[in-house]
Design a protein around this ligand. Structure first.
Ligand code: ATP
Ligand code: MG
Length: 230
């Protein structure tokens, strides 16, 4: 079981490909120091979201190692990783259940007040409160009855409620308009303060506030530094 103390994340010469014939990560190394915010930028298909999937052990690395606070991920359970790492993905997958269930997923002990507070912070409470069945509204197969931006805000509310020690934001606000995005960015920044955060983005401009930026290209790290330096 994963024990998180500082939340240091290390990718050490990580090799991985979904298909053994086609490597995606070809010896990727970087470090997220405890409590710091590291951005990963790179073109589409570079392997950025793959990094998040590997942290959850949806797949295991084929070379090198990933370590969190010194523990090799191959030695910890997927369940404990899910409990301690929160991901706001590009595409939030919703369960065919109610909106309330989807926000509280992973925090079954949460009170209705806590669920609502998270929904407010993610700017989705007013939308939900305006539905005839409110938090009991069924979202449909994979959340089909919600727009991309509504689903994304449900995913953000879920992560705010979970309040994990390690946070991964994978284009977390890509489906939102600029005004909503900047409001929610503030909430996500507040949640990220003092914890280890990986922010994934296409563009350097969206990650200006990161402590360090990793540029991923052709499966390797090509540049690393602060926003000013790059
Ligand atoms: P984007 O910026 O478009 O989100 P990304 O950097 O996040 O791109 P990944 O999702 O990590 O890219 O995908 C890296 C590569 O792996 C891509 O070429 C993609 O087609 C491939 N890939 C992703 N998921 C799978 C999968 N489940 N099976 C096979 N190939 C996959
Ligand atoms: Mg991606």
């Amino acid at each position: 079981s994963l024990e998180v103390s500082g939340g240091e994340i290390i990718f050490d010469q990580v090799k991985f490909g979904y298909d053994p014939e086609r490597p995606i990560l070809k010896g990727l190394s970087f470090r997220v120091p405890p409590g710091q915010r590291v951005a990963i930028v790179g073109s589409t298909g570079a392997g950025k979201s793959t990094i998040g999937r590997l942290l959850f052990r949806f797949y295991d690395v084929t070379g090198g190692a990933i370590r969190i606070d010194g523990q090799d991920l191959r030695d910890v359970t997927q369940e404990s990783l899910h409990a301690r790492i929160g991901v706001v993905p590009q595409d939030t997958v919703l369960f065919n259940d109610t909106i309330g269930y989807n926000i509280a997923y992973g925090r079954n002990d949460a009170t209705q007040a806590e669920v609502e507070a998270a929904a407010r912070a993610a700017h989705i409470h007013d939308f939900i409160a305006g539905l005839p069945l409110g938090y009991d509204t069924q979202v449909g197969e994979r959340g089909l009855k919600l727009s991309g931006g509504e689903k994304q805000r449900v995913g953000i509310a879920r992560t705010l409620l979970k309040d994990p020690p390690i946070l991964i934001l994978d284009e977390a606000t890509s489906a939102l308009d600029t005004a909503t995005e900047s409001d929610i960015q503030g909430e996500l920044n507040a949640m990220g303060r003092g914890r280890s955060v990986i922010v994934i983005a296409h563009r350097l401009s969206t990650v200006a506030d990161a402590d360090r930026i990793v540029v991923l290209e052709d499966g390797r790290l090509v540049e690393e530094g602060t926003h000013e330096a790059l």
